[in-house]
Design a protein around this ligand. Structure first.
Ligand code: HEM
Length: 175
């Protein structure tokens, strides 16, 4: 079968009802600390993958995590990321809505921000790492696996939007 991308599956693996509940339950705990969590995720992301800073005018040359923490652009993006994920989680029962939200995110990052899509995969890995460390009681391995599945669906939708707007190569060779 032909694919635009070597390893793009036909569709995102759907979550079962039980998995949706697990996601919604754990996310509820995380989202209570929305801004703090979002900021720590992004700081870890930019410290561990400094090339990801290139897209952000305000802190592309910053190395000090404490200084990054004071960046309004970073904080703003943290809020946007967390709010977009919140919308996805709140609408897991509505695949059209999930697809629309993530399609817009993908298109904006491809066309406006020109972000290499592989960073989405990296960011979701960092996010799961931080969530499991900060909320160990809510993220045992079984829960992490369900979150992995959701992150896989997120990446699938986002990269689908990249392909749709003609991004030349959605591949794993970027980093
Ligand atoms: C789950 C992953 C992500 C979500 C939900 C997300 C969400 C958003 C949203 C909602 C916006 C504003 C929308 C717009 O400009 O039209 C935005 C802006 C932006 N995003 Fe993301 N984003 C994600 C990942 C990333 C990644 C991985 C990068 C780059 C490494 C990135 C770079 C940017 C930049 C540069 C902007 C513009 C910032 C500004 O204008 O100050 N995003 N993001």
């Amino acid at each position: 079968m032909e694919h635009e991308e070597d390893d793009r599956p036909e569709r995102a693996e759907p979550l079962t009802d039980a998995e949706r509940e697990i996601i919604q339950d754990t996310w509820g705990r995380v989202y209570e600390n929305c801004e703090d969590v979002g900021v720590s995720v992004l700081i870890r992301f930019f410290v561990n993958f400094p090339s990801a800073k290139q897209y952000f005018s305000q802190f592309q040359d910053m190395d000090d995590p404490e200084e990054m923490e004071r960046s309004s652009q970073l904080r703003h993006h943290a809020r946007r990321v967390m709010n977009a994920i919140n919308t996805v989680v709140e609408n897991l029962h509505d695949p059209e809505k999930v697809s629309a939200v993530l399609g817009l995110v993908g298109k904006a990052h491809a066309l406006k921000h020109k972000v290499e899509p592989m960073y989405f995969k990296i960011l979701s890995g960092v996010m799961l790492e931080v969530l499991s460390e900060d909320f160990p009681e809510y993220f045992p391995v079984e829960v992490q696996e369900v979150w992995n599945k959701l992150m896989g669906a997120l990446y699938w939708h986002v990269t689908g939007a990249y392909t749709e707007v003609g991004w030349v190569q959605v591949s794993s060779s970027a980093v």
